[in-house]
Design a protein around this ligand. Structure first.
Ligand code: NDP
Length: 399
């Protein structure tokens, strides 16, 4: 019996709240707080039965978050607002000695750069306060780290090559929309790519490398090399890795829109003077694009996210592939959300479940691969995200 405070009432927040509400034996009390109170009220209404209390908060302000925590005294805070709020929310958790979980690592508003250093810097303070922070517990980052931990624990003596592949083969019927927060999504995609090779990072021009990748039940899709945050923690936690890359699919239509928006300056994150006020073009663009939470209806097709891993077991080479496929229409039917929100929100709920039941515990700041993958993956499959694995069967990467 635990109380959870969820911050962020967007696409992912909607899923986390509804999935927590399905487990009253663990999440006996749920509080949802966000910048816009009406969005919290709408989600609470959809859950019904007075299961969810709501509150308004500006999570850029650590004091407001700390006051909210003092009022509700949660056992755990789940942060599914934006990466900008990670540090003020962690500060509030420290001040009130509250456990913390998020799905995306911190990035400063004025620079499109994300890395764990800012949050790892809380390690000693969280440890001294006797509380736990679990970072990046969505799908990627999140499940991809747990998949890698499972491979290392059960299938390899050493893992050498990791290729994380993320495909959204769904169609929402809109000319251009992003599946999670547009501002964060476009910042991520328009920055330089990066992969790990022989102990160092190799930088690439944005979206300059692509290849066809086969996805189960989907088929071949053009996949682009990106830098993604779990590469930072996985290469640190699995030092035998010789190469680690991240690939994501984008349609030609999506890439064309993105290039036009970039070329006309709409993805800029520096202020532009417009009729006497400063506006950030990317923030304005976000305001005119569809909200991720609105994309669910009529969304068809599947996501397919997984890890291709090569390494050594008992002196022999081994190829291991583990993945989940998730259907947009099915998740919409279940919780009124498209599959990208669902595949993020379910692992966040499962991570919270692990922490609140003591299956994952610790004092300090952790990434998911620091924890035992087995109970997490069991609960993940039971809660809507079944996964599959193939050993020496499905060989996609050999470079
Ligand atoms: P949305 O934009 O749909 O939702 C974000 C929510 O946070 C909105 O309700 C927003 O409020 C709220 N918010 C923003 N700023 C503040 C603030 N200062 N104080 C309080 N609330 C605030 O995004 P998503 O739900 O798609 O994404 C949520 C998080 O999940 C992001 O951090 C994203 O990066 C992460 N993510 C992680 C993935 C993974 O696999 N690990 C995959 C996809 C997403 P308002 O409604 O007023 O704008």
């Amino acid at each position: 019996m635990s109380k959870v405070l969820i911050i962020g009432a967007g696409g992912v927040g909607n899923v986390v709240v509804k999935k927590c509400a399905m487990h009253p034996e663990i999440f006996s009390e749920i509080v949802l707080a966000s910048r816009t109170l009406s969005k919290c009220e709408q989600i609470a209404k959809e859950v019904g039965g007075n299961r969810v209390q709501v509150a308004q908060v500006d999570a850029d302000d650590a004091k407001q978050v700390a006051d909210l925590i003092r009022k509700h005294k949660p056992d755990l805070l789940i942060n599914v607002a934006l990466p900008y709020q990670d540090l003020p929310i962690m500060d509030a958790c420290l001040e009130t000695r509250t456990n913390y979980l998020d799905t995306a690592n911190y990035e400063p508003k004025d620079e499109a750069k994300f890395e764990y250093s800012w949050q790892w810097a809380y390690q000693e303070r969280f440890k001294e306060a006797g509380i736990m922070a679990l970072l990046g517990c969505g799908f990627d980052p999140g499940v991809t780290g747990v998949f890698t931990a499972r491979a290392a624990k059960h299938f390899f003596d050493e893992i050498h090559y990791l290729d994380i592949v993320d495909c959204n083969a769904g169609d929402h019927g809109k000319a251009f929309a992003t599946n999670f927060n547009p501002e964060i999504n476009i910042r991520e995609i328009t920055q330089k790519g990066r992969y790990w090779e022989d102990g160092k990072w190799v930088e690439t021009e944005p979206l300059s490398i692509n290849r066809m990748v086969n996805y189960p039940e989907v088929g071949p899709r053009k996949s682009f090399l990106l830098y993604h945050e779990e590469l930072e923690s996985l290469t640190k936690n699995f030092p035998t890795l010789k190469k680690a890359r991240f690939w994501m699919t984008f349609s030609d239509e999506y890439i064309t829109h993105l290039r036009v928006l970039e070329n006309v300056g709409m993805t800029r994150i520096d202020p532009v003077r417009y009729e006497g006020i400063d506006i950030i073009p990317l923030q304005f663009l976000k305001a005119v694009l569809p909200e991720p939470s609105s994309l669910g209806e009529n969304y068809e097709g599947k996501t397919s996210i997984g890890c291709h891993i090569r390494g050594i077991k008992d002196g022999k080479e081994r190829y291991y592939y583990i993945y989940n496929n998730c259907d947009h229409a099915a998740t919409y039917k279940e919780v009124g959300a498209q599959a990208v929100s669902y595949t993020t929100g379910v692992p966040a709920m499962v991570g919270a479940m692990m922490m609140l039941t003591g299956k994952w515990k610790g004092e300090g700041v952790f990434n998911v691969e620091d924890m035992n993958p087995d109970p997490f993956l069991e609960a993940l499959a039971e809660n809507g995200l079944p996964w599959h694995e193939k050993v020496d069967e499905f060989i996609e990467f050999n470079d």
